[in-house]
Design a protein. Sequence first.
Length: 129
Amino acid sequence: MSELKYCQGPKCHTYDTKDRKKGPKDNKRNETRRRSSFHYLGGNACGIYCERDWYNTFGNRAVDHFGRITEPKVLTQDNAWRVRRSWNYERGQHDTYYAYNYLTEERRPITEQQYNNDNIITEDGRLAI
């Protein structure tokens, strides 16, 4: 069984819904939602409102902490590579794997092992083969 976790929305407990109501009949209170999985904020918020509340409260601090971009990023021929897979559904044909350059539209064949290797494309988009 998966472990339960709390919604990280700082105002989650303030939204008045039936599933947030806890306590005996004469002493009801709202609590933060607790679930095994969430679908917002990378799996940490129960809904779009809580995701937005989190960003409004912590967003600037998070961007500053992890690195605010101060210059534009530029896509060039050298860093425009991505791995792709061509699905073949006809009998007897196999899927083909290739590295694709989004600027030059060049294709370079790769193996399935290279396709599954997370290090074939570097973090800045360069082809590592």
